[in-house]
Design a protein around this ligand. Sequence first.
Ligand SMILES: NC(=O)c1ccc[n+]([C@@H]2O[C@H](COP(=O)([O-])OP(=O)(O)OC[C@H]3O[C@@H](n4cnc5c(N)ncnc54)[C@H](O)[C@@H]3O)[C@@H](O)[C@H]2O)c1
Length: 388
Amino acid sequence: MKIGVIGSGAMGTGIAQVAAEAGHTVVVYDKYPKAIEKAAGNLTKVLYNLAAKGKRSIESVESLLGRIQFTTDFEDLGGAELAIEAVVEDLSVKKEVFSALEALLGPEAILATNTSSLSVTSIAASCEHSSRVLGIHFFNPAPLMQLVEIVPALQTAPECVEEAKKMITAWKKVPVIAKDTPGFIVNRVARPFYGEALRILEEGLADIATIDWAMKAIGGFRMGPFELMDYIGHDVNYTVTETVFREFFYDPRYKPSFSQKRLVDAGFLGRKSGRGFYDYGEKAVNPEPQKDENMGREIVWRIVCMLINEAADALYLNVASREDIDLAMTKGVNYPKGLLAWADEYGIQLCVNALDRLHGEYLEDRYRCSPLLRKMGRTGRRFYDRES
Ligand SMILES: NC(=O)c1ccc[n+]([C@@H]2O[C@H](COP(=O)([O-])OP(=O)(O)OC[C@H]3O[C@@H](n4cnc5c(N)ncnc54)[C@H](O)[C@@H]3O)[C@@H](O)[C@H]2O)c1
């Protein structure tokens, strides 16, 4: 099968590698010769480095690269049965790409977008045969991250979703189905991991090192929120928060933080710029955590309850199934447990009480409890039956 990838940035190159790894012939197209040159060079270097470290054979590298064609000629995408678009996150650019793709590939091909934050439905609206358009959202780096969110547009035909799901499974990835709502599953449900940590910091309840320590040592997360924001880059992370906030018609639950905005204003973007919440300079002295177990448990409890509330609300609003919400957070952002399973373990009524306490204290809509969580707490139900 021939797969077309449009856009040769970090995501496009990663997706091309995944598709070629699954045995497909892949054509990667970019409008800019410099970008395509860089992508081909980077992928070749990474793969040969893996071979040098003994992590894969030279033969497998050569055959993989032999299946990928890098091009700036749009016509080379002709004959692709599936095209995955990974160009810049700009609706008008994406719409243009989709109408050109439809004209080239005809009504039978599946046209997918890797957008993180735009409406798949509005991208599909640029096509005449919009029933073959959907979101196939990979995570960065695509060759390593297992999760793929499949996002049907309002116009997408169910059989197209099934085809995409089958294909992604065959590519050895874990597909979940997400409704076309802002942030899909992961970028919506994960917001409080950053937002509530920032709020605790801004209130002066704990410092960054203590919050990060608590979330790792007590919460079991692989990275603390501040380390992770520094790693992702504040420009990227802040933009996602801002977009989700705006797309949710300014729901206060997703309100961005000034502390993070100021880092972006200053150009302190995290690891990539040498400074974010932490200093990455050679002689940097970073703060030590206060390893106070009680305080740590409070921090984890508050942030995880907010995450559980977000997951429950996504289920309540039919963004995805219970299993897919939990899979998305464990496979997409490596959470130690699925949030709905975690709610069962904590006790749902206790989560409701924690949220109500916060709401009572701050009188902010940010802390409103999801109706589903409240109802389940009241009726003593669990997300998963004890025997399942
Ligand atoms: N970076 C991430 O962590 C991440 C994760 C998931 C999804 N995404 C989404 O994937 C998409 C690409 O992200 P990225 O990080 O790879 O971006 P990037 O900026 O690294 O790459 C975008 C590429 O698109 C090319 N391009 C721009 N306009 C084009 C056009 N009209 N035709 C063809 N190519 C064009 C650019 O030359 C560039 O090479 C975006 O929609 C983004 O939201 C990004």
